[in-house]
Design a protein around this ligand. Structure first.
Ligand SMILES: Cc1cc2nc3c(=O)[nH]c(=O)nc-3n(C[C@H](O)[C@H](O)[C@H](O)COP(=O)(O)OP(=O)(O)OC[C@H]3O[C@@H](n4cnc5c(N)ncnc54)[C@H](O)[C@@H]3O)c2cc1C
Length: 343
């Protein structure tokens, strides 16, 4: 039992009613939650659930922001017409609607994988080879989805805020708070690099997880031509003889981003190809695929979607030593400026 004294609640941006608490480090003791020496596996059992929360939370925040943007632009008139009818605004709103819906569908797909992991029968009914297979898939799928959805969230919320104009930035509206809240889930439960490194470790140490994910996404890739190319190129990259060199942390974000696109495409394709699917599901898949998948070049290479920062392609996927040397030079220069300013 931890015994401690509250020092203060730390003021945070966004939702302020659940601030982290600052506790002095006195007499803090707690029962062990797992066997000694098995700390990471023990915490991973908890983290797999809280990462799902992060993915669902960010998808929900995107949906809320996009709903506000669509509502506002349906009412507001500028230059004699409703904003929602202005061609340039229509294009922005459609992208927002699709990115938000894609995030929601991936998060819900992910939630269903928890049902698949109930027992052997549930795993097999969901099309997995075994319970172990379903668990390995979930472990990787949750991390990959959490990385992607939570990183996509601030961009979507920002663009939704901008479509409301100045009103989006004032505290009388809810958007300013959503904007401040939007990066939090990407920091919690494994910040970008930490989660990308965790995914790299999982791919290296638990080959079943990667096999399960690649097998799963292959089942629906035929539904969209660019998705099929993406999955084929990614599988080719990850199953090459020299694939172990992809374990370099420099390429972690590249791999995670491409795994996420494959998984998100799979989630959308699963919905779009269901017998009872509405025509809208196909529109969502088509629009999302056109926006986010390059589909591989003629030689099958995957190219950078560069949706996020820090994406470096490995040599097997067209990355160059020049690019890496430039990164080092650019950062060394920046650090040099900081050091000389501090001296
Ligand atoms: C509002 C709020 C509530 C919170 N509530 C809780 C709570 O209830 N319980 C709790 O335990 N914690 C809580 N936290 C803490 C939170 O979990 C941590 O802030 C988060 O895990 C990041 O850790 P850190 O702040 O120590 O960052 P650091 O570990 O210092 O990381 C800084 C940056 O470096 C990157 N990085 C780290 N290691 C590497 C590496 N090897 N290579 C490359 N990049 C790396 C990270 O991705 C990150 O971008 C809360 C934080 C906030 C903001």
């Amino acid at each position: 039992m931890a015994r401690s004294r509250l020092l203060r609640a730390i003021h945070c941006g966004g939702v302020t009613s659940r601030s982290p608490l600052r506790l002095p480090n006195i007499c803090a003791c707690a029962p062990s939650q797992g066997p000694v020496g098995r700390g990471i596996p023990t915490i991973m059992e908890m983290v797999v659930h809280t990462r799902l929360d992060c993915a669902l939370g960010s998808a929900g925040l995107m949906r809320q922001a996009v709903r506000v943007a669509t509502h506002y632009t349906s009412q507001r008139e500028a230059f004699g017409a409703r904003l929602v009818k202005a061609p340039a605004m229509k294009a922005v709103l459609a992208d927002l609607v699709v990115d938000s819906e894609a995030a929601a569908q991936l998060a819900l797909y992910l939630a269903r994988t928890f049902d698949d992991c109930r027992d052997e029968a549930a795993a097999k009914a969901a099309g997995h080879e075994s319970f172990k297979h379903a668990q390995a898939f979930r472990r990787l799928a949750v991390a990959v989805s959490k990385y992607y959805i939570t990183k996509r969230c601030p961009g979507v919320v920002y663009e939704a805020l901008e479509s409301i104009g100045g009103a989006g930035y004032v505290e009388e509206w809810e958007m300013a708070r959503h904007f401040r809240q939007s990066p939090l889930n990407a920091i919690w439960e494994g910040s970008g690099n930490v989660i990308a490194l965790d995914i790299l470790r999982t791919c290296g140490k638990e080959p079943l997880a990667l096999q399960a994910l690649l097998a799963r996404v292959a089942t629906t890739s035929h539904v969209h031509p660019a998705l099929r190319k993406h999955v084929k190129a990614l599988t080719g990259l990850l199953t090459r003889e020299d694939a172990r060199s992809l374990q370099d942390p420099l390429y972690a974000r590249y791999l995670v981003e491409h795994l996420a696109l494959a998984l998100l495409g799979h989630a959308l394709a699963t919905v779009a190809s269901a017998p009872q699917a509405a025509a809208r599901s196909t529109d969502v898949l088509q629009h999302w695929g056109g926006r986010h998948l390059r589909g591989g070049s003629a030689d099958g290479d995957l190219h950078l979607p560069t949706a996020f920062f820090g994406t470096v392609a490995p040599p097997q996927a067209g990355g160059s030593a020049d690019h890496i040397a430039r990164i080092t030079r650019l950062l060394d220069h920046e650090v040099g400026i900081i050091k000389s300013a501090a001296a």
